[in-house]
Design a protein around this ligand. Structure first.
Ligand code: GLU
Length: 481
């Protein structure tokens, strides 16, 4: 039997990092097993679904590099992979279940249902609705024919239990007495999530349902529906939800929760993928930096942990830095060039590109995000303004003016222009003036770059060039006076 899995997001929000992890685990499992990865859209909630969210989900899954074999935009044996376009199919299944006596028309209003629940509890029964107050099938059919609004409910067999072995959570048991005769078709003819999701899973031949733990309590309903349709239940794996570092449910308070935000902030997709993979699974051997091919080779659904996984943006930042350092220098320059030009609002000339290439390795070594690069290198390509707080903190300190003017003199006298020569000259200046590296060099950094955060000083000076360095030191010195 060949493995078929699906990622089935609802386009009611931007793709969440938890959704990204679910997509990734489905993808890794499919690729590891030589199976098929399907992407569909659970867009039955018309009020909350938008095309913007739908597009974001497709773009984000594609950005992560999780190519799907079947589904939206790719096609496959189903005419559509959007639930909004499969309504007739869900209605057909609901009608068949009613005809088979496995579902029934329900006419109870929400208020009545409330009453029935109270009554059940008073009588010591479970409040789960069992349809005891509904008309018999003949009467129901007549009411429906007469245009009476009705939902369709699944008739949960009672007494009974549904037991399944979840790959992540082991054996899970649900007592049918606690499960409502749940609605599968609303009175306006639209399917509920339970019906649409189950029909899709059956029709698309899904063998493994890998999804969030929040859907665990829906699973007995899906199993009952699947078997009522005469199909074989899938294997289920429910992934633990993501928590923030404080152990509370992941929310905006903890940082960005949308994949889009990380995409926009210049994170590298392979770093995000690597980080998401570790949220509940470990590639083994204490290794954490593992590329996608290696993950595919090693992925094991049985090894996924049921402990809540902590999503920690500091760790993601660290991982992103690792991937930035792993880029080859050309690749790094190519990926920051657009950002730098966008930041400047113009393109770089040939000489300027050479300057970027020169400084790039020193930026690459330290960067956690590609988007921090434009600000760090701007001083090389445009006039600077002094950052107010850097100026206050550094340039007004004792010794700062001495350092700036002495540095100007020693650089002016330099005959060769290299990192070694600049460093030797400036270290000589520190010694001559009795200044510590912090006291003597930090003012130079502010003087040439405008800020106390810049690429390494000597390399920055060399990239800036002698003339511009002298100009900036002079200007800063005149402002210090
Ligand atoms: N559409 C559901 C959601 O976005 C997931 C459905 C499923 O995986 O069964 O939460």
């Amino acid at each position: 039997m060949s493995v078929r899995v699906r990622f089935a997001p609802s386009p009611t929000g931007f793709l969440h990092v938890g959704g990204g992890r679910t997509a990734l685990y489905n993808y890794l499992f499919a690729r590891n097993m030589g199976g098929t990865f399907i992407l569909r859209s659970d867009d039955t909630d018309r009020a909350r679904s938008t095309t913007e969210f739908q597009q974001d989900i497709l773009d984000s899954v594609a950005w992560l590099g999780l190519d799907w074999d079947e589904g939206i935009e790719v096609g496959g044996s189903s005419e559509s992979y959007r639930q909004s376009e499969r309504l007739a199919r869900y209605q057909e299944v609901a009608a068949q279940l009613v005809a088979d006596g496995k579902a029934y028309h329900s006419f109870a209003s929400p208020e009545q249902l409330d009453e029935f629940r109270k009554e059940a509890m008073k009588e010591g029964r479970s409040p789960a609705y069992d349809g005891r107050h509904e008309p018999d099938p003949g009467e129901a059919a007549a009411l429906v024919a007469a245009g009476e609004p009705a939902t369709v409910r699944f008739a949960v067999p009672r007494p009974g239990t549904t037991v399944f072995t979840d790959v992540v959570r082991d054996e899970v048991t649900f007592d049918h007495l606690q499960v409502d005769d749940f609605v599968i078709l609303r009175s306006d003819g639209t399917p509920t999530y339970h019906l649409a999701s189950t029909v899709d899973d059956v029709d698309f031949g899904i063998t493994h349902v890998i999804r969030g733990e929040d859907l665990l309590s829906s699973t007995p309903k899906h199993i009952l529906l699947t078997e009522a349709m005469g199909a074989q239940r899938a294997t289920y794996a429910h992934l633990s939800l993501l928590m923030g570092p404080d152990g509370k449910k992941l929310s905006k308070r903890h940082g960005h929760t949308a994949i889009k935000a990380y995409r926009d902030e210049g994170y590298l997709a392979p770093a995000v993928v690597n980080y998401l993979a570790l949220l509940g699974w470990s590639p083994g051997d204490d290794e954490t930096v593992v590329d996608l091919d290696e993950m595919i080779r090693r992925f094991d659904l049985n090894a996924v942990s049921k402990n809540p996984a902590i999503f920690d943006t500091d760790k993601l930042d660290w991982m992103n830095g690792v991937y930035i350092r792993e880029m080859n220098p050309d690749q790094f320059v190519a990926s920051v060039l657009d950002l730098v030009e966008a930041g400047l609002g113009r393109s770089l000339g040939e000489d300027e590109q050479a300057t970027l290439v020169e400084i790039a390795p020193h930026v690459q070594e330290r960067a956690k995000h590609l988007t921090e690069v434009p600000d760090q290198v701007r001083f090389l390509f445009s006039e600077i303004e002094y950052d107010e707080s850097s100026w206050q903190k550094v340039m007004t300190k004792e010794g700062a003016d001495v350092a700036v003017s002495a540095a100007r003199d020693s650089i002016a006298g330099l005959e060769s222009w290299s990192v070694e020569a600049v460093e030797a000259a400036l270290r000589g200046m520190l010694e001559a003036k009795g200044l510590s590296a912090r006291k003597g060099l930090q003012p130079l950094r502010v003087a040439i770059s405008g800020s106390s955060v810049s690429p390494p000083l000597f390399e920055s000076i060399v990239a800036l060039g002698k003339e511009r360095t002298l100009e900036r030191l002079s200007r800063a010195h005149s402002l210090q006076a």
